[in-house]
Design a protein around this ligand. Structure first.
Ligand SMILES: [Mg+2]
Length: 257
């Protein structure tokens, strides 16, 4: 009885990884032209991103501070002098951010999928993302999805809870005015988008874009490699892994709580 779909943003609708990898190399090339470890920069930057964004999400530092830590961390890894003070770190991260923004791209299967889901009728299509609200809003605007997806749910709207905390999904369902079982989460991260939603009673679909699979037992959810495979799951039989679709009343909007 799915009445709303919440899409993850980074890695699901927008190619965050591709943008961040290329931006990090461009930025590091500017800091240290010809540095012998430039090829390693994407992996180094991913690790710093994971460590310090996790710290921000755990409330251990501010959003701005996690950015400064990443800048300093990369300089340390590359043996470069770090930026001077917080202003220097902020200025350095701003250079990365410019490169990153220039590389924001929508995945090529998104538009067709949203059109097909809209054609099914009555489904509310939104976003559930762990990113920072203003950054995520800017991404959606840039890739042309700001007017197509509503609501855009970030931790500041969800009691400060991030995926995969169960409370995050329960808050999201409440904001939609739906029972958790009426909401389907779709995304590329197994913990945040697949197993997490199920702890709250939501449905979930795993988008395994690169077909890399997942260590450990297979996630308890349908797996797709392209978003365009999603509409068929909504009209397919539950026994075949599909989700029965019950459109909203004409006129849209969630039912009364
Ligand atoms: Mg993701």
């Amino acid at each position: 009885m799915i009445r709303a779909i919440l899409f993850d943003l980074d890695g699901t609708l927008m190619d965050h990884r591709g943008a961040a990898d290329r931006a990090a190399v461009a930025w590091a090339s500017g800091l240290a032209p010809g540095h012998p470890r430039l090829e390693e920069v994407p992996a180094l930057w991913r690790r710093l991103e994971e460590t310090h964004i996790t710290a921000w999400q755990a409330g251990e530092c501010s959003f701005t501070e996690q950015r400064r830590r990443r800048v300093r961390g990369l300089c340390t890894e590359l043996g470069l002098p770090g930026p001077t003070g917080t202003a220097g770190a902020d200025a350095s991260f701003a250079v990365f951010l410019d490169y990153y923004r220039q590389r924001w791209r929508i995945f090529p299967d998104v538009a067709e999928t949203l059109t097909a889901l809209t054609a099914l009728g009555g489904l509310r299509l939104g976003v559930l993302t762990n990113g920072e609200a203003a950054v995520q809003a800017a991404k959606l605007a840039r890739i042309g999805l700001a007017d197509l997806l509503d609501p855009v749910l970030t931790a500041d709207l969800l009691g400060g809870h991030f995926k995969p905390a169960r409370a995050c999904y329960l808050h999201a369902a409440r904001l939609l005015g739906l029972e958790p079982g009426q909401v389907l989460v779709v995304g590329d991260d197994v913990a945040a988008d697949v197993t997490g939603p199920r702890t709250a009673g939501m449905g979930s679909v795993w988008l395994d874009r690169d077909g890399a699979g997942h260590p450990g037992p297979p996630p308890p959810a349908p797996r797709i490699s392209l978003l365009t495979q999603l509409p068929a799951l909504l009209t397919g039989a539950p026994a075949a892994g599909g989700f029965p679709l019950v459109p909203l009343a004409p006129g849209g909007g969630p039912p009364p709580p």
